[in-house]
Design a protein around this ligand. Structure first.
Ligand code: FES
Ligand SMILES: [Fe+2]
Length: 358
């Protein structure tokens, strides 16, 4: 009898492990599960990393992300209830705590509580809630580096206006991420009105002081793009009158394997800080989240105009990328030219973190 039970347990453990196998070529990293405001008091069915999951909040309101189907007989915990900070399965009412351990099986089913099988547990992910997003770590039990720091959306918030949006696209995570390093397309796809060419320089890890970084050095990839431009704001005389007309454009990107922090300056003045993050739903379903923090000037009308111009302009720019991504073959391409170097280098960097994912 004992042996039978043991072999049943072994089988279940095997199945459980299989369900956690990698289904996507994803870097070990921090991803966005959803916006904070999307997760209320009720559990919610979500899909991430190609896996069916459930998101809910524990007693303290901390987000929990765990595998969706109950370890007992597979009911969806997304239609369960939150009771005493635990999630209760809708079927036989087993309860799981925020670490995924089954802490209670109704007494009607078992005379004592010490028979909770050790396999009665749900795989859970490390989460963190920041900058209006629920972040989730993928690739190892414990995060290999801390969540990047983005002060414009936290301690330095009062100096900025925020413009948040997201785009859903039918391509891979890598195609979306590498787009930020593709300065070639910025001119032709997004019509950035440059005078000569964009100069892109990859930053050298050895030259950067740790204190300058908001991302752990081992998980950091940086680049600077600069150009002389005609008029970024593109609204001619009005822009000029309001002082939005610019001559030099410079963007520094500090990236981690699945996102980036951008700093854009016009005429040498920092104007926009951007947080970019990814929701990896399945192989060809990716959501790109962008949080633009636009520096306030103190002039209400100028601020309002720059908010509309920069916010709107960036949303339009992303929609031009989405048309390309939705129809492209993400696994194709082998003819490259010199301006593609930063993209190719980023691919190498990304792959080194795919290799770290277990
Ligand atoms: S299926 Fe969840 S408790 Fe039975
Ligand atoms: Fe783009």
């Amino acid at each position: 009898m004992v042996n039978v039970e043991k072999s049943v347990e072994a089988k279940i453990t095997k199945l459980e492990t299989q369900s956690e196998n990698k289904v996507m070529d994803l870097a070990a990293s921090w991803y966005i599960a959803m916006q904070s405001k999307e997760l209320g008091k009720k559990p919610q069915a979500i899909q991430l990393f190609g896996r069916p999951l459930v998101a809910w909040r524990d007693k303290l309101g901390k987000p929990v992300i765990m595998e969706r189907f109950c370890s007992h007989m597979g009911a969806s915990l997304a239609i369960g209830q939150i009771i005493d900070g635990c999630i209760q399965c809708p079927f036989h009412h087993w309860r799981y705590d925020s670490s995924g351990v089954c802490v209670d099986i109704p007494k009607v089913a078992t005379p004592t509580t010490d028979v909770i099988p050790s396999t009665a547990r749900q795989h859970t992910y490390v989460t963190q809630e920041k900058y209006g997003y629920i972040w989730v770590w993928y690739g190892s039990v414990n995060p290999l580096f801390p969540l990047p720091k983005f002060d414009p959306a936290e301690s330095d918030k009062h100096n900025y206006m925020s413009y948040r949006f997201f785009s859903k696209t039918k391509t891979t995570v890598l195609r979306v991420l590498e787009n930020s390093f593709d300065h070639h397309h910025v001119v032709v796809t997004h019509n950035l009105p440059i005078i000569n060419q964009i100069k892109q320089t990859l930053l050298n890890k050895e030259d950067i002081k740790i204190s300058e970084l908001s991302i752990a050095k081992e998980a950091w990839f940086g680049t600077v793009m600069e150009a002389q431009i005609k008029s970024y704001a593109g609204v001619g005389a009005i822009a000029k009158f309001l002082g939005l007309n610019v001559e030099t454009w410079k963007t520094r990107l500090d990236a981690w394997p699945s996102g980036s922090l951008g700093t854009t300056s016009f005429n040498g003045q920092q104007k926009i800080r951007v947080l970019s993050g990814i929701t990896p739903i399945s192989e060809n379903q990716t959501t790109w989240h962008l949080l633009f923090m636009i520096k306030k000037t103190g002039n209400l009308w100028l601020d309002l105009l720059s908010y509309i111009v920069f916010g709107w302009q960036n949303e339009v720019a992303v929609s031009a990328d989405v048309v390309i991504w939705d129809t492209m073959s993400a696994k194709t391409g082998q003819a490259f030219i010199k301006p593609d170097q930063p993209v190719l280098k980023f691919r190498q960097f990304y792959q080194s973190w795919v290799d770290k994912a277990q």
